[in-house]
Write a protein that binds this ligand. Structure first.
Ligand SMILES: Nc1nc2c(ncn2[C@@H]2O[C@H](COP(=O)(O)OP(=O)(O)O)[C@@H](O)[C@H]2O)c(=O)[nH]1
Ligand SMILES: [Mg+2]
Length: 384
């Protein structure tokens, strides 16, 4: 009897242990899944003249069903954002309508403003994750303005572009046309940039069909085009992340400085010996600075997590190198004016002379210390 009981409890206990272990494993894998979950936003920019095959390319690459070859939408010319949801991913597609070579200079402003606004965001999910520029290999026309006004400025602003040669299926002198376009583009880019940006130039046939002779035209180039875009994104992430992090640090610290100066200009300072009001202001300023560091770290963590999601999605097995985040020294204290302590002779002197000081000079002095702290942190980051 006793043995039976012992057995039962013994086995029950081990079952429980196993269940707990299994539960633990489940939770772990759930956490893992959570960490690497797929990005739910993809921003795509597709550029090129009307009829270059932009919409057909999008349909082919991403399986969309956008109307092809149609006239202008009522909304008119320019950049249009379309949101298409597929398998839980929201594709924000920026397509251009009615753009011709003669309108390129005005179009340039709009495109570059959009790209720089999105690509400098402290959220990777705001960036463009794929940028394509289409030229038709049928006409094989490349206007100077397209290179000069759009492609070169984009590259200069740190935005890599996948060049797609559409209509790349077999046709009259097609191979020569494609080779000629590739060579011409490379030369033009090197001439203007003074280096080879090594853009991917991908021939694509986006539309299946039949030749006049009745031969089947199959589509091709999808894998190469998507891969090129993902390669660019992985490179963008590695290049842009540290710069965006730095910008965010500067932004947040500048805001801290502004808030502190406002506080010091308007906060109450009274003149009673051992009065804490000036110290309270300093404490507020320092507390705010600590919080600012916390917010900077949280933003850095979020950036890194997002970047890893997109890198993984881009087929890059390596997550961000831990050292991507630029270091800066965390000088937290705007020191001085420790009225409440009054321990040393020099401090006592300071208190005594503080009595003689005007409220304005105290404010000015503290303001200078805020400025110095700010400058020291900035400088520590520039050095690295
Ligand atoms: N054969 C072939 N036709 C294409 C290709 N890409 C686009 N087209 C056709 O070219 C026309 C214009 O394409 P569209 O995607 O609307 O160009 P968009 O104005 O740049 O958006 C349509 O009739 C498409 O069917 C391609 O790769 N091969
Ligand atoms: Mg179109």
């Amino acid at each position: 009897m006793a043995i039976k009981i012992w057995n039962r409890t013994g086995s029950r206990a081990s079952v429980k242990k196993e269940a707990a272990a299994a539960g633990g494993k489940e939770r772990l894998s759930e956490e893992k899944q959570h960490k690497v979950h797929r990005p739910s936003v993809r921003n795509i920019l597709v550029l090129g003249k009307t009829g270059a095959g932009k919409t057909s390319l999008l349909n082919y690459l991403y399986g969309f069903d956008l109307p092809v070859g149609a006239g202008l939408p009522k909304t008119g010319k320019g950049l249009h954002e379309n949101v298409i949801t597929r398998n839980g991913v929201a594709y924000h597609v920026y397509d251009t309508w009615g753009v011709e070579a003669d309108s390129l200079p005005e179009w340039r402003k709009e495109v570059l403003a959009l790209v720089s606004r999105k690509n400098t965001s402290p959220r990777v999910s705001d960036w463009f994750h794929a940028v394509y520029y289409c030229f038709s290999a049928s006409t094989a026309r490349i206007e100077d303005a397209e290179v000069e006004e759009i492609i070169v400025p984009l590259i200069c602003s740190g935005c890599k572009v996948v060049i797609v040669l559409t209509n790349a299926e077999d046709g009259f002198h097609k191979k020569q046309k494609i080779d000629g376009m590739k060579e011409y583009l490379r030369e033009e880019l090197v001439k203007r940039l003074h280096y080879d940006p090594q853009l991917e130039i991908v021939p694509v046939a986006s539309v299946a069909g039949e030749t006049l002779a009745g031969d089947v035209i199959s589509r091709f180039g999808r894998g190469e085009a998507l891969e090129a875009a993902q390669y660019n994104l992985a490179e963008d992430i590695r290049k842009r992340l540290p710069a965006i992090y730095k910008m965010n640090v500067m932004h947040k610290l500048a805001a801290w400085k502004e808030r502190s100066l406002l506080l010091l200009a308007n906060g109450k300072i009274s003149f009673v010996l051992n009065n804490n009001s000036a110290k309270q202001l300093i404490d507020l300023v320092n507390y705010d600075l600590l919080n600012t560091f916390g917010a900077i770290d949280a933003d850095g963590d979020r950036l890194e997590e997002e970047a890893n999601q997109y890198l993984l999605e881009a087929g890059d097995k390596k997550p961000m190198d831990r050292r991507w985040r630029p270091e800066f020294s965390r000088i937290t204290y705007v020191t001085g004016y420790e009225y409440s302590k009054g321990l040393s002779v020099s401090l006592a002197m300071d208190v005594a002379s503080g009595l003689l000081r005007s409220s304005k000079s105290i404010r000015d002095n503290l303001g200078r210390k805020v400025g110095k702290t700010y400058a020291a942190i900035m400088q520590s980051m520039q050095k690295k």
